[in-house]
Design a protein around this ligand. Structure first.
Ligand code: F6R
Length: 364
């Protein structure tokens, strides 16, 4: 039932504040109760963590990598499952592995899990479908708790995967002693603010996203740029746009711009720059200036502080509330998802059932 929404995708985008609140209600206790360690996952003793997944779930894992490394000082090896399973990665049996999947049935992700299991690693699964193959074969299951996701393009499962990963990374940081108690409390407070801020963003940005989407639907290509956790989010933005609107889109690390993609920049190449006012902001802005200097049209997605700091004349600037670094990827996902959604609606594509795609990919 789509309720008042035109598509399941739209409904699922708007369900995110509630879904995230539910995830947090279940995971914050995991951070706050060190006496209650995560089943089978002793983050304090593992030398490294391997993560494998496909598509959007892989991009959630890539953001998780930044968090595990930054907060918990835990080295992370990550790859798309179709490469991971065949790469013959020399993994230590003392390590743990995490597999992320909405459906819990993705063939390559399941094969990666079995590969790690054979090597003797502890297996954790971040899955939405509780009764799935990946959940059954894991030593520890971390439910995504997003509720059923019907739209083929993943939205709420992605942000809920991120919320689970953030909670695990903070919990790992705490057991590894790499953050202070005060820092843990501040991170938990930031996480707890997410549902309210998400609701506020969803209530306010739709009109401007629709105008922008009308514009974007006239182009054949688009480039997404970001640094730090905004880099995987740039790839997620490009994936979402291409899969439902069929506009060719690519996501790049902003610093890679001058190593090739800058050759593509002209007036026909809109560049969506994801730049919260974080420690990377100034560097990303200088990449944006390079785009503008070559006639590229910049769509800047930033926060209040970033909008004040940037003097650039953009095609459009989406301004979000300024939030803590740990929750920025989830908050910035919202305009990225809505932009893809409304662009596809303007293009008249089958948003919930994009051509050639299936919700669950059970063949490699
Ligand atoms: C993109 C999308 C896909 C899935 C991928 C993995 O919007 O939905 O890229 O993320 O097929 O699927 P799961 O999470 O079921 O393993």
């Amino acid at each position: 039932n789509k309720g008042k929404h035109r598509h399941f995708m739209e409904k699922e985008i708007y369900e995110q504040p509630e879904a995230i609140a539910y995830v947090l209600a279940n995971y914050i206790s995991l951070i706050e109760n060190p006496a209650d360690p995560i089943p089978s996952f002793d983050f304090a003793s593992i030398p490294s963590l391997a993560i494998s997944a496909c598509g959007t779930a892989y991009l959630a894992g890539l953001i998780g990598k930044y968090w595990f490394e930054h907060y918990a000082r835990l080295p992370v090896e990550i790859d798309v499952a179709s490469e991971f399973r065949y790469r013959e990665i020399p993994l230590s049996p003392q390590s743990a592995a995490l597999f992320i999947s909405q459906s819990g049935e993705t063939a390559d992700t399941l094969a990666s899990l079995r590969y790690c299991k054979k090597l003797g690693l502890k297996i954790g699964a971040i899955v939405n479908a509780a009764e799935s193959s990946i959940a059954r074969e894991a030593d520890a299951v971390f439910p995504i708790l997003a509720g059923p996701e019907i739209g083929v393009a993943s939205t709420k499962a992605f942000t809920c995967q991120l919320a689970v990963l953030a909670a695990l990374a903070i919990s790992a940081a705490r057991t590894r002693g790499t953050v202070t108690e005060n820092e843990v409390q501040a991170l938990v407070r930031s996480l707890a603010e997410m549902p309210r801020i998400m609701g506020q963003v969803l209530n306010s940005i739709q009109p401007q996203i629709e105008l922008l989407a009308r514009e974007l639907s006239k182009y054949r290509d688009a480039l997404y740029l970001g640094r730090g956790t905004s880099f995987p989010l740039a790839m997620e933005g490009a994936l979402k746009l291409k899969e439902i609107s069929y506009i060719h889109a690519e996501g790049y690390a902003a610093g890679e711009l001058k190593h090739g993609p800058i050759a593509l920049i002209d007036k026909d190449m809109p560049v969506i720059v994801i730049a919260p006012f974080d420690r990377f902001f100034n560097k990303t802005v200088s990449n944006m200036e390079e785009v503008a200097a070559r006639g590229g049209r910049v769509i800047l997605v930033t926060d209040e502080k970033g909008a004040t700091a940037s003097k650039l004349d953009t095609m459009h600037t989406i301004v979000l509330p300024a939030v803590d670094e740990i929750i920025a990827p989830m908050i910035f996902s919202l305009p990225i998802q809505l932009l893809a959604y409304h662009t596809a609606v303007f293009m008249g594509t089958d948003v919930d059932q994009p051509r050639n795609l299936a919700k669950s990919v059970t063949v490699e």
